[in-house]
Design a protein around this ligand. Structure first.
Ligand code: HEC
Length: 205
C-alpha cells in the first residue's frame, strides 16, 4: 500500500459521513489535505490532454444543447440533458481511455455529486475565485498512481435558462425539473459562478 495514511483517512471520513451531518465539515477538511496535486512535466502533459478531452466533450454537449433548445425550447433540451448528456460523456470516455464526469457540489442529478477528492478541488477552486485568482486546471495523482485532470465549469447567460432563479424560468420547465430532479440543488445561479468541475481520470496513466 503506497499511501496507508490516505486509506485510513478515507475510511475514517466514510465513518464520519455515516455518523451524520454534524461531522460533514470535519470530513471535508480532512480530505482536503489529501488531494495530491502534481507539478512539473506530468502537470503539463495531463493538463494538455485533459483540456483536449473536455474541449471536445464540451463542444459536442453545447452543440447538442443549442440544437435541442432551438428545436423544442428548454423543456425539450432538459430531456436531452437528462438522457443524452451522460451517453455522450461515455462515448468520449471510451475514445480517450478516460472517465469523464461533470460534477457539482450543487448538483441537479445526484449521480453528479463529487467524490471526496472532487469536493476538495471544488473548495480549492472556490477559494481561488473568491480571492480573485485566475483558476488554472489542476492535475492530481491518486493512491493508485492514476492521474486526474480537473477544470472549472462556469455559468454563462444561457445556463441560467435552467440553472437560474426559478422565478425567471418558464413554469412548464420548472415543473419538468421538479418531477425529474426532486433534490435539485442546481438552481439560483448567477453568471460567472463556479457551476461545477470537469473531472477526467486517465485510466491508463
Ligand atoms: C435546457 C436546460 C439546461 C441548460 C440551458 C443548461 N443545463 Fe446544465 N443541466 C441541465 C439538466 C437537466 C442537468 C441534469 C443532467 C443529468 O441528469 O445528468 C444539468 C446538469 C448540469 C451539470 C452536471 C452537474 C449537475 O448539476 O447534475 C453541469 C455541470 C451543468 N449542467 C452545467 C451547465 C452549464 C455550464 C450550462 C450553460 C452552458 C448549462 N448547464 C445549461 C439542464 C440545463
Amino acid at each position: 500500500m503506497k499511501y496507508p495514511t490516505l486509506a485510513i483517512l478515507i475510511f475514517g471520513s466514510a465513518l464520519f459521513v455515516a455518523t451524520g451531518c454534524g461531522e460533514q465539515k470535519a470530513e471535508q477538511q480532512q480530505v482536503r489535505k489529501n488531494v495530491q496535486y502534481v507539478s512539473g512535466p506530468d502537470e503539463v502533459t495531463y493538463r494538455r490532454i485533459g483540456k483536449e478531452v473536455i474541449d471536445t466533450v464540451q463542444a459536442t454537449l453545447k452543440m447538442n444543447l443549442v440544437k435541442a433548445m432551438q428545436e423544442g425550447g428548454p423543456v425539450n433540451a432538459v430531456n436531452f440533458c437528462n438522457t443524452k448528456a451522460m451517453e455522450l460523456t461515455d462515448v468520449y470516455s471510451e475514445k480517450y481511455s478516460t472517465e469523464v464526469r461533470r460534477v457539482s457540489d450543487r448538483n441537479r442529478n445526484p449521480q453528479n455529486a463529487p467524490n471526496e477528492f472532487e469536493a476538495a478541488v471544488i473548495e480549492d477552486f472556490k477559494s481561488m475565485l473568491a480571492s480573485g485568482e485566475a483558476i488554472l486546471p489542476k492535475v492530481a495523482i491518486d493512491a493508485d498512481g492514476k492521474k486526474h485532470f480537473y477544470a472549472p465549469i462556469y455559468t454563462g447567460g444561457v445556463c441560467l435558462t435552467c440553472h437560474g432563479d426559478p422565478k425567471n424560468m418558464q413554469p412548464e420547465l420548472v415543473s419538468v425539473l421538479d418531477s425529474l430532479y426532486p433534490n435539485d440543488k442546481a438552481r439560483g445561479y448567477a453568471v460567472d459562478e463556479l457551476r461545477g468541475i470537469w473531472s477526467v481520470k486517465f485510466k491508463n496513466s
